[in-house]
Design a protein. Structure first.
Length: 136
């Protein structure tokens, strides 16, 4: 289930229209619909998650990442720290987008988005590469 479908389902369960949710959270009209193409910020996802009292992982993956073990979370944190260290060290030049160096705020947003992506990828890979005999 996509992030948009998860939000749509939560709205239906709570008896609220998606457009009403957008208005309640102060989003522009159609901004939640952009989630069909995965175009939103971590801040907006967090606002939506807070509204429904769920985690961002639940919105993105359809589960609360309960399939991730503490070891998985440590691995993700380690990978995230390594990537961010290389990004901020500037060994291959400064991190930039469209020729402009990334600000600390942009780097933090990048870190949040990268963490979401790494968790989602870990779940997908566990599902894809875990033999059937080890699945619950």
């Amino acid at each position: 289930m996509s992030t948009y479908e998860t939000i749509k389902t939560l709205c239906k369960e709570r008896g609220i229209a998606v457009t009403a949710l957008e208005k309640e959270l102060g989003f522009g009209r159609g901004s939640i619909g952009k989630l069909r193409n995965s175009q939103t910020s971590a801040e907006r996802l967090q606002k939506i998650a807070d509204y429904f009292n769920v985690t961002v992982d639940y919105l993105v993956n359809g589960s609360d990442a309960s399939s991730l073990t503490p070891k998985d979370n440590r691995d993700i944190a380690k990978d995230l720290d390594n990537i961010m260290e290389k990004l901020t060290a500037g060994e291959d030049g400064p991190a930039s987008y469209n020729g402009e160096e990334l600000s600390p705020d942009a780097a933090e947003l990048f870190r949040d988005e990268l963490e979401i992506a790494l968790k989602r990828l870990k779940i997908i890979n566990k599902e894809k590469y875990t033999p059937k005999k080890y699945k619950k």
